[in-house]
Design a protein. Structure first.
Length: 341
């Protein structure tokens, strides 16, 4: 049995989650006739403090539909350089929304309000129009860092004062909620659109939900229709997402504790030069120059039955989730000690 720490997207639906499908009442999503999907969208909208929500297959689709709603071709969005929309969405902001990206170098994956203010362009027919500020909660490539709510509010206020829209990539928003004790609605209150992913720490196999005003979701639905339409009896998968909200949120604290434990044990190894602070369930570190490159460490761990990720010549990433536990962590630490100690 392999221990897969590559990403929390690697979770498999539990037996209980699979069983929830058997009782799901379904109908045609496009006609608003799937009660399970409708219930999920209402619940997500309430959870995030928004008027409405739409169910989508993936978080990337949530991001890209939101950008398409907020941005006209040639407009510019402002975000942190390591954001998912910059690094992991195949250039879709340019291809799909016609957006230019003004990427800023943040601290721990977050932006200061004065940075955002300085990045907003003076209106000119020669320059792109600053139109949107995007944040990512938690900041994946900063080691799952949690934006403090005060900082989220300050960045949103700068954007709003300049007439810009705001969007929150909430792929791991509930990790931030569990870590901080601040509600999702409080974190998202300054953002015109926000979404939740069910396929990471929450353990569902498919699905994300994008929320915003009723007008925003009407426009998002139109774009959803343009790029593929409804999922018909989507309650089959929405039922698993509802199960995740019922049963897999509080246990995110276990993932955070396990990540902290792993970091404490591997951070003292000679071959590990540094680790980013561990706020939630993501461990990112850099290997010392006199040890293995990250790709070789990944290969050796794979031979030991343990999967991790390489993100650069010397950078590795480990992610805890529903399907790895203390025994898996012990095996991981043993492998690191063998190859890096």
């Amino acid at each position: 049995m392999r221990s897969d720490f590559y990403s929390d997207t690697k979770t498999k639906p539990t037996a209980e989650m699979r069983h929830a499908v058997l009782d799901a009442v379904v109908g045609d999503e496009q006609k608003g006739e799937d009660p399970t999907t409708e219930a999920l969208c209402r619940r997500v909208a309430e959870l995030l403090g928004k008027e409405s929500a739409v169910f989508l297959p993936s978080g990337t689709m949530c991001n890209e539909i939101a950008l398409r709603v907020h941005i006209d071709p040639g407009d510019e969005l402002i975000c942190e350089r390591s954001s998912h929309i910059v690094a992991f969405e195949g250039g879709a902001p340019a291809s799909f929304a016609g957006a230019m990206i003004h990427a800023l170098d943040g601290e721990g994956g977050t932006l200061r309000p004065e940075q955002v203010a300085a990045a907003i362009r003076t209106p000119s027919r020669y320059a792109p129009r600053s139109r949107l500020v995007c944040v990512e909660q938690t900041a994946n490539m900063a080691g799952g860092a949690v934006w403090p709510v005060e900082q989220l509010d300050a960045v949103a206020a700068v954007a709003k004062n300049a007439g810009l829209a705001t969007h929150m990539d909430g792929a791991r928003l509930l990790n931030a909620v569990v870590q901080s004790g601040v509600s999702a609605a409080e974190m998202a209150k300054g953002y015109d659109s926000v979404w939740l992913d069910f396929t990471k720490g929450l353990g569902a196999p498919v699905g994300a939900a994008l929320a915003g005003s009723a007008e925003f979701i009407d426009r998002a639905w139109r774009i959803k229709q343009q790029i593929g339409g409804a999922m018909r009896q989507s309650g089959i998968i929405a039922s698993m997402c509802l199960h995740a909200l019922d049963h897999h949120v509080d246990r995110l604290a276990d993932d955070h504790a396990l990540a902290t434990s792993i970091a404490e044990r591997i951070g003292v190894l000679a071959g590990v030069e540094s680790l980013m602070p561990v706020d939630t369930n993501i461990i990112i570190g850099d290997l010392a120059a006199n040890t293995l490159p990250a790709a070789e460490l990944v290969a050796r761990c794979a031979d030991d039955g343990i999967d991790i990720g390489a993100f650069g010549e010397r950078r590795f990433r480990i992610v805890t989730h529903l399907d790895v536990g203390p025994a898996d962590a012990d095996a991981l630490v043993t492998a690191f000690s063998t190859h890096l100690g």
